[in-house]
Ligand binder design. Structure first.
Ligand code: ZN
Length: 441
């Protein structure tokens, strides 16, 4: 659709499509700039009509500046007789990101000071970066490091750090209203599955769903390198910031931990209330966390100069699982059922954003007689196919006084928003309920 080729069966089996996209993106060496990032955006662009943005090196972004573009051709540590013992071609995590070029013989002691390992999990390779201070280094398993016993090794880092661009992808799906819902995910990590690829896959799946339906709000999806990418978008779109009424950063949505929502800095934004409602009503274990100024791009969106209503939806928060930023955050670490559940929760949040509104009971003096309108439903009994019972109808009629929203009603009734919305739709159809304001759905 819209000139993009659909992944086969993507809309019938979203979990399989998400996993397939993750598998395709996994081997690519992404960073905050460079051709791996561009290639990844190109693959996402086969799923969505994504706009590719390129911001030149040296562009000031508030207190930051777009760095030089980094590209890797090859990198390895070899014995002096030419045997490669650590090789970027085997695993792109081996090279410290943003390593400067090098080709020389390095004494063992000096080499050690440039190696990063995880002694407690000796088979895992750490993921390390040095974007903003010039350095070089290799990341390897402790077992590999323990075998480096020669007096010297040849170190080759065939990289370029040169003026170029910072790339990011943007998709806008216009709705009836100009007010926006922002969905942002980072795309700057190399071969890491949960931290970055799961968020990308969920964002793509949601965008594809939204492309196929009529929308009340305008949806903006950002596929950006962490920190510097959100700053680049904010710098170019400062005037648009007040239009964003709801926002979510999507990260780490494929592991088996319970769903987690981290609130916006405001803590009382509509998105905070909606996400909390959806997770509480899901019946599944979940965690609701307050804002902290650490994590993903919510740090930039929620900075006091922007103060956007942006929370973070995830399963495991960053840094809280042993596999985080290691080679163990691989395709075996993420689960199809977790991806499917994350997408389901995100879609429920979007359903509240799209479906909430303030209504008026058009027969407010006494209860309207539901039986004669075919609306009688047993209270708390077997739910009809419409997904609501009599109690939901009574709650909607009771609170449709022009002051309470459907979300208020769902919260007060202790029922899922979808049940309240279905009851409201039935009442609208029978002429018992009408929007209190133009902007209600
Ligand atoms: Zn990360």
């Amino acid at each position: 659709m819209d000139g993009t080729s659909a992944r086969r069966g993507a809309d019938d089996d979203p979990a399989a499509a998400m996993f397939e996209l993750i598998e395709q993106l996994y081997p690519i060496c992404r960073s905050i700039t460079g051709d791996g990032l561009r290639r990844s955006l190109g693959i996402i662009g086969q799923e969505l009509p994504l706009e590719l943005r390129e911001v030149p090196t040296g562009t000031p972004l508030f207190d930051w500046i777009v760095p030089r573009e980094w590209n890797v051709r090859d990198a390895y540590i070899a014995t002096l007789d030419g045997r490669r013992v650590v090789d970027f071609a085997q695993c792109n995590l081996h090279l410290l990101q943003y390593s400067t070029p090098l080709d020389r013989v390095v004494e063992h002691a000096e080499l050690l000071s440039h190696l990063h390992t995880l002694p407690e999990t000796p088979d895992w390779i750490p993921y390390r970066t040095s974007y903003y201070s010039e350095n070089w280094g290799f990341c390897l398993s402790q077992r590999q490091a323990d075998q480096l016993s020669d007096a010297a090794y040849r170190v080759v880092i065939d990289t370029t750090l040169a003026p170029g661009h910072l790339s990011y992808g943007e998709l806008v799906l216009p709705g009836a209203r100009e007010e926006e819902v922002l969905l942002s995910c980072h795309v700057c990590h190399p071969s890491l599955a949960n931290d970055n690829l799961s968020g990308i896959a969920i964002a793509v799946a949601l965008a594809r769903r939204l492309m196929a339906v009529k929308r009340r709000f305008t949806y903006r999806f950002l596929f950006i390198p962490g920190t510097i990418g959100s700053l680049a978008w904010l710098a170019a779109n400062e005037a648009r910031v007040p239009r964003v009424k709801y926002g979510l950063v999507l990260s780490c949505l494929g592991d088996s931990a319970p769903m987690t929502y981290k609130a916006s800095r405001r803590g009382d934004a509509a998105i905070d209330r909606i996400a909390a409602h959806v997770l509480r009503q899901s019946g599944a274990p979940h965690r609701l966390l307050p804002f902290i100024p650490y994590g993903y791009d919510e740090r930039q969106y929620c900075s006091p100069g922007f103060d956007m209503p942006v929370g973070c939806l995830m399963r495991s928060p960053n840094g809280t699982f042993p596999e985080y930023h290691t080679s163990a955050d691989n395709l075996d670490f993420i689960r199809r059922d977790a991806l499917a559940h994350s997408l389901e929760m995100l879609e429920r949040i979007v359903a509240v954003i799209e479906g909430d509104g303030v209504f008026l009971n058009l027969s407010p003096k006494g209860e309207p007689q539901l039986g004669k309108r075919g609306l009688y439903r047993p209270i708390g009994g077997q739910k009809e196919a419409g997904g609501f019972d009599g109690m939901a109808l009574l709650w909607v009629l009771s609170l449709a006084d022009g002051k309470h929203s459907l979300l208020d009603t769902a919260e007060r009734a202790g029922m899922p928003f979808a049940a309240i919305r279905a009851a409201a739709d039935a009442l609208i159809e029978k002429g018992l309920l009408a929007p209190a304001r133009q902007d209600s759905a």
